[in-house]
Design a protein around this ligand. Structure first.
Ligand SMILES: Nc1ncnc2c1ncn2[C@@H]1O[C@H](COP(=O)(O)OP(=O)(O)O)[C@@H](O)[C@H]1O
Ligand SMILES: [Mg+2]
Length: 283
């Protein structure tokens, strides 16, 4: 079996490199000898030869490259379609609705051309008809909580939209959960580890990268089932699922290539090993 681990060539940090080497070492542990490739190893083209690969752990958001590899008949985990879905919080919300998965009420902003932006904000009246303040505004593509904002009134909402536009965005009901959320790590339809993340500085976003604290967490049956159903709905075999633990658990988002090092440290679960074992079994 010729296998590869593909990571991003441009977003390279000590954290991404650590995850890459954890995955590579774990692959060796299950008898696989992966080549480590960056997402520029092959430029998607309508021509060109199939690379000498049978299966790929696709640890990047380059869904177009993933799609090209799939078209050559290479097994790609996670699939191109799941990477596309997870990477777009708007498409994810629509997909979750198709699967009957409960999320906070979510409304997508209308499309506009990037050289025009919004020439009026009338659509915000429709948003506030169905979502009460505070309203969470999310850029459809974003990570680490960095593109997620909170508006407590109409003026703030308009100001945030003005700043973000013309970048695609969505509006979501704020769910009170004490500035905390849950991250459940799913591998092959099983929750293998979970943490509770808590923001300690008053920020409503519980992301670890923003300084949130993580503690080992045992999910309820309902939470674990929601995470597995959500990952499956997006087609993600390996997923970091964020859940908002409000009055009832609601899906926040599914991450197709979630950073798992801090979750590994907090739970003691060898996530990289679980991923390698699952990958070896699935190819
Ligand atoms: N609807 C919401 N209500 C309350 N908190 C939210 C809501 N959506 C997101 N958050 C908080 O913001 C964080 C980041 O949002 P998320 O959608 O996961 O984006 P990112 O991809 O940047 O992690 C979440 O982990 C959660 O703590
Ligand atoms: Mg998140």
């Amino acid at each position: 079996m010729r296998v590869a681990i593909i990571t991003d060539n441009y977003f390279v940090t000590p954290k991404t490199e650590e995850i890459r080497s954890l995955l590579a070492n774990s692959f060796a542990g299950v008898g696989l000898k992966p080549v480590q490739l960056r997402n520029d190893f092959l430029l998607p083209s309508n021509e060109g030869e199939k690379p000498l690969l049978d299966a790929v752990l696709f640890w990047d958001k380059d869904a177009v490259l993933a799609r090209r590899l799939e078209s050559f008949g290479i097994k790609v985990i996670n699939s191109a379609q799941s990477i596309e879905l997870c990477d777009d919080k708007g498409l994810s919300a629509l997909r979750a609705a198709e699967c009957g998965i409960e999320m906070p009420t979510t409304v997508l902003a209308p499309f506009t051309y990037s050289n025009i932006g919004y020439t009026d904000f009338a659509f915000l009246d429709k948003v506030t008809e169905v979502i009460d303040f505070p309203i969470v505004v999310k850029e459809r593509h974003g990570s680490f909580g960095q593109q997620v904002h909170l508006a407590s009134n109409f003026d703030e909402l308009k100001e945030i939209v003005r700043k973000i536009a013309p970048i695609p965005m969505l509006f979501q009901q704020y769910i009170e959960c004490g500035n905390s959320d849950l991250r459940l790590q799913v591998v092959g339809e099983k929750v293998i580890a979970a943490v509770k993340r808590m923001s300690l500085n008053g920020d409503f976003r519980a992301n670890a990268t923003l300084g949130g604290k993580m503690i080992n967490y045992t999910p309820t049956k309902e939470e674990a089932e929601l995470a597995v159903r959500a990952a499956k709905c997006m087609g993600a075999e390996i997923a970091g699922v964020d859940i908002l633990p409000g009055k009832k658990p609601l899906l926040c988002e599914v991450n197709a290539n979630a950073h798992f090092k801090r979750l590994m440290d907090a739970t003691g679960v060898d996530v990289a090993k679980c991923i390698a074992e699952y990958f070896a079994k699935s190819i």
